[in-house]
Design a protein around this ligand. Structure first.
Ligand code: NAI
Ligand code: MN
Ligand code: ZN
Length: 336
């Protein structure tokens, strides 16, 4: 089978690999579509602290179960599945309180173990979620990025009366906008980015108002509006302090970033308004929820997609995705 392997940081290859056999409790998925995420690019360039090399990348993928290991119902062969990349132990403290996404021995498929940019991939059987026919093959890999929005909004508990502000209109910001509007019915969703093309995408994904902060700071454009719910999907370390300054008293702020740079903020700016801060990593068993949202038409994954490429054009696809955020949002690979 063909697999996209990062041999070591900086070295991407489309390699011939042996077909893997599912271990007990696992399924093998014949991958049909997989989407590129920023973290795939980070692993390629050696900027992901969790990655081990060599690694088959890809954690957003869809396919058909074509083999099962011991203890897995053979009737599952042929199922159309989206794969949750979060593999957890099930018994440590975070697992015991329903947060397997921060399991003490967390393994992410495509990061800590081989992933889905490949003709075939292995996953624990319980990570492979059967999809209804209403979710088309070519959009099914987008369940995973929407689980990020599902996870952070579960902490933030959006209300229709919220004034929400989303930093960043990349894939993460756009999934957040769609979930805030389509699932929670938030009446006012404001979005800030530096790229006009991304702000156009934000509008197409349901934003009510967009702001470009490349020249004028956001504070000068909000005209006194105080957001009650803020999601940082741009993830620059300077954003938290700005968000706290702009927020309404009693607002909630959700952070998605992984920067290792310090961010400077005073206790006063948080405590004087009694702001709530939430962080969110990956997803805690949110696949069923997102699948239901897609099935009911509450979210529109097609609005994120700008390109499809065959797997053998992986380097071109990853380079475009990385270098051209003005024309590129979600890029989907088609296998075999
Ligand atoms: P992206 O790079 O495509 O989008 C970020 C957007 O933010 C861009 O459009 C950029 O122009 C904009 N931006 C950057 N700095 C800004 C600023 N100061 N003000 C306003 N806009 C600004 O990335 P993507 O894929 O949407 O991911 C966003 C972030 O989310 C990344 O940092 C990534 O590491 C993080 N992430 C976190 C996850 C989690 O589970 N916590 C999962 C996936 C991504
Ligand atoms: Mn992703
Ligand atoms: Zn655990």
């Amino acid at each position: 089978m063909k697999s996209v392997v990062i041999q070591q940081p900086g070295e991407l290859a489309l390699s011939e690999r042996e077909l893997p056999q599912p271990a007990a409790g696992e399924v093998r998925v014949k991958v049909q579509y997989a989407s590129i995420c920023g973290s795939d690019v980070h692993i390629w360039h050696g900027h992901n602290p969790f990655a081990k090399y060599p690694r088959v990348i890809g954690h957003e993928f869809f396919g058909l179960i074509d083999a099962v290991g011991d203890g897995v119902e053979t009737s599952r062969v042929g199922e159309r599945v989206a794969v949750d990349p979060v593999v957890s132990c099930g018994h440590c403290y975070p697992c015991s309180v329903g947060r397997p996404n921060v399991c003490k021995t967390l393994q992410v498929i495509g990061v800590h173990r081989d992933g889905g940019f490949s003709d075939y991939a292995l996953a624990p059987a319980e990570n492979a979620y059967r999809l209804p026919a209403s979710i088309p093959d070519k959009l099914a890999s987008l369940v995973e990025p929407f689980t990020i929005a599902a996870n952070i909004t579960a902490f933030l508990q959006p209300q229709s009366g919220d004034t929400a502000l989303v930093y960043g209109a990349g894939p993460m910001g756009l999934t957040a906008i769609q979930v805030l509007k389509g699932v929670y019915g938030v009446k006012q969703v404001l979005v800030v980015d530096r790229l006009p093309e991304r702000l156009d995408l934000a509008l197409a994904n349901g934003a009510d108002n967009v702001f470009n902060n490349s020249e004028t700071p956001l504070a000068a454009q909000l005209e006194g509006i105080q957001p009650t719910l803020i999601i940082d999907a741009a993830c620059h370390p300077s954003i938290l302090a700005e968000a706290a300054a702009l927020a309404s008293p009693a607002a909630r702020i959700g952070l998605l970033g992984f920067s290792g740079e310090p961010c400077s903020i005073t206790q006063q700016s948080l405590t004087s308004k009694e702001l709530s801060l939430f962080t969110s990593r990956l997803n805690s068993k949110r696949f069923p929820q997102v699948i239901e949202w897609m099935d009911k038409g509450l979210i529109q994954p097609e609005k994120l997609v700008t390109h499809y490429f065959p797997l053998n054009e992986i380097e071109r696809a990853m380079t475009l995705f990385e270098k051209d955020p003005r024309t590129c949002c979600k890029v989907i690979l088609q296998m075999g």
